[in-house]
Design a protein around this ligand. Structure first.
Ligand code: CP
Length: 320
């Protein structure tokens, strides 16, 4: 098993063995993250730029912690503090950042395709931290790591993803990853928020929440991506109606298996897509997902920088 890519742009690009390599390495880093001293010299002397042009709490912080735990130097560019607000194009920003010779640029942007654009234009590695409604590969990987730890594997398991599927990069990356690893995926939400063609990715669409969660091993709740809907669309009558039909609460949970796992990528809108009792209840693995985010992002940076290949070469030399 190996991972020999310069970039991590999307799950759709990856072979099954590459996904498993990323997960296996993340497993090793997860152990490191539980030690009292959480630092290794693996990426000493390497530089990582976090270029976040959309808000983030979990992804940005965990990429930063991940890089620092591997002894890389990190630099942040984003939002109103960057010259993007003065009219600079994304490509100009990226080329100028690359002129400072980073090893990796981690990018989040509202436009689908941003990470692929930068990966093609720049000689350094690019990791996608979320591009519009397209993909969020490290989120799907941390979700998969969490599920693998809890369930042991994916084959024959049923994962139901509920909410605004149409605007969700998390849903898209998860549908691709989970089906590739042998899980059955159902998606559920208002028909207006189920994208046409989701079946072609391997998911089955369900209209009613109670049908979608019945017998599922996992229920993954998503928030309404209001920042994308505000661009002009109206997809459901109002939030109260949405919550009544698609919200997960103690009442709807009675339809689920007692040992179901409840996931959410965050940020959670409590009382809309999930009630506090469920988000904080015994089924919830939401904070495990966040913990695993650091390990997965360590793994992603380690592999795109070729640290695994460098380590293997040293090992081959030692074996001679
Ligand atoms: N799950 C996720 O991407 O969270 P943030 O937007 O806080 O990074």
């Amino acid at each position: 098993m190996s991972f020999a890519r310069k970039d991590l742009v999307g799950i759709a690009d990856l072979e099954e063995h590459e996904i498993l390599t990323l997960l296996d390495t993340a497993e090793r880093f997860r152990e490191l993250n539980e030690r009292p001293i959480k630092k290794v010299p693996t990426l000493r002397g390497r530089s990582v730029i976090h270029l976040f042009l959309e808000p983030s709490t979990r992804t940005r912080t965990s990429f930063d912690i991940a890089a620092k735990r591997m002894s890389a130097d990190t630099f942040s560019v984003g939002g109103v503090t960057s010259s993007a607000v003065k009219g600079e194009t994304l490509l100009d920003t990226a080329r100028n950042l690359h002129a400072m010779r980073p090893d990796v640029i981690v990018v989040r942007h509202k436009m689908a395709g941003t990470a692929a654009l930068l990966a093609k234009a720049l000689p350094c590695s690019v990791i996608n931290a979320g591009d519009g409604f397209h993909e969020h590969p490290t989120q799907a990987l941390l979700d998969a790591l969490t599920l693998r730890q809890r369930l042991g594997g994916f084959e024959g398991r049923t994962v139901t993803i509920v909410g605004d599927i149409a605007h969700s990069r998390v849903a898209r990356s998860n549908v691709i990853l989970l089906t590739r690893l042998g899980a059955r995926v159902r998606v559920c939400g208002p028909r207006t928020l189920i994208p046409p063609g989701i079946e072609a990715l391997g998911a089955v669409a369900c209209d009613r929440l109670r049908d979608a969660i019945e017998d599922a091993d996992v229920v993954m709740m998503l928030r309404i991506q209001q920042e994308r809907i505000d661009q002009g669309g109206h997809y459901f009558p109002n939030t109260r109606e949405y919550s009544r039909l698609y919200g997960l609460n103690l009442d709807t949970m009675r339809r689920a298996r007692p040992d179901v796992l409840v996931m959410h990528p965050g940020p959670v809108n409590r009382g809309v897509e999930i009630s506090p009792e469920v988000a904080d209840g015994p089924w919830s693995v939401i904070l495990d997902q966040v913990t695993n985010g650091v390990a997965v992002r360590m793994s992603a940076m380690y592999h795109v920088m070729g640290a695994d290949r460098a380590e293997a070469a040293v090992q081959r030399g030692a074996d001679r």
